[in-house]
Design a protein around this ligand. Structure first.
Ligand code: ZN
Length: 293
């Protein structure tokens, strides 16, 4: 090979590498819906719900990773690209900070998208923590009865986006609603001897659940602030007075506070998650964990 030929080959290789690199960057920066209906959702449980109703017609993009805290999570610029490729956005529709902070931006990014308020038809309850009773509790999704309403709202949205597949979506919805009924029935059974039991928990995510299954939720964290040493000392006394040996924390938070309370009463900490993407399986675990209180 002469020098001129060699240099042409090198130039071609350099250009090819550049094009390949450019395409790779384009691909990783784009939400590829693979010809399916792109549906963006705020939090983990909605992933299972949209997939359950939408089946193989949908491609779900989760905004707040389930390991992150939706009260403080900051939307990444790349996620607006996902929103711009979506046909539908399923918002929780409660005063959840991720949505109160970003829904305007999300809607402006893709004004043609169908926006579903999953909580339409659910009666929200006030926050139960001290000095927060003038605000509404955003965590309505943890109650399986509310989940049924939310799944039905997702169904209505998908029919708006793709009316031709209504029968398919309706069949999928009915199958999943039956599973939620079964979860509700099993939860009642699992917790039937726990009426009025005190649930000492780090972040107050289970008020709707506690109301439905007759538990009492006491939270360590208030106003999304780390608890003070005085508050920890007060909760240790509450745990002692009420003989609380099993208490709860969530994977999104620092475990040191619950560990500290538990160690002072010779108790133990169990994990419960309100943001897991596998809703049915996770809520079964939650019921089992609360049955040990
Ligand atoms: Zn929360």
């Amino acid at each position: 090979m002469n020098k001129k030929r060699l240099s042409i080959v090198i130039v071609i290789l350099v250009i090819a590498a550049g094009v390949l690199g450019y395409l790779t960057i384009q691909k990783s920066g784009t939400y590829n819906t693979n010809g399916k209906i792109g549906v963006a959702v705020s939090i983990g449980p909605e992933v299972e719900w949209v997939n359950a109703v939408g089946g193989d017609k949908v491609n779900v993009a989760l905004m707040v990773p389930s390991s992150a805290d939706p009260h403080t999570y900051e939307l990444l610029p790349g996620q607006l690209t996902q929103v711009s490729n979506a046909k539908m956005y399923a918002m929780i529709g409660t005063p959840l900070e991720f949505e109160t902070n970003y829904m305007d931006k999300i809607k402006n990014t893709n004004p043609n998208m169908v926006v579903v308020n999953c909580s339409q038809g659910i009666t929200l309850i006030p926050n139960t923590a001290e000095n927060q009773s003038d605000t509404l509790d955003p965590h309505d999704w943890v109650d399986p009865k509310n989940a049924k309403i939310m799944v039905n709202n997702i169904y209505q949205g998908l029919v708006k986006v793709d009316p031709a597949d209504q029968a398919y979506f309706a069949n999928n919805r009915d199958q999943y609603l039956a599973k939620l009924d079964e979860l509700d029935k099993n939860t009642t059974q699992t917790l039937k001897n726990k009426q009025g039991t005190n649930i000492l928990i780090f972040h107050p995510a289970f008020a709707y659940y506690a109301k439905d299954y007759n538990l009492n939720q006491t939270a360590v964290m208030i106003n999304d602030e780390e608890p003070s040493p005085q508050r920890i000392a007060m909760l240790v006394n509450i745990a002692k007075d009420n003989n609380i040996k099993v208490m709860y924390s969530q994977p999104q938070y620092d475990q040191k506070y619950m560990q500290s309370i538990a160690s002072q009463v010779n108790g133990q900490v169990l994990m419960v998650d309100d943001l897991n993407e596998n809703y049915l399986e996770n809520m079964k675990n939650v019921a089992n964990a609360f049955s040990q209180a």
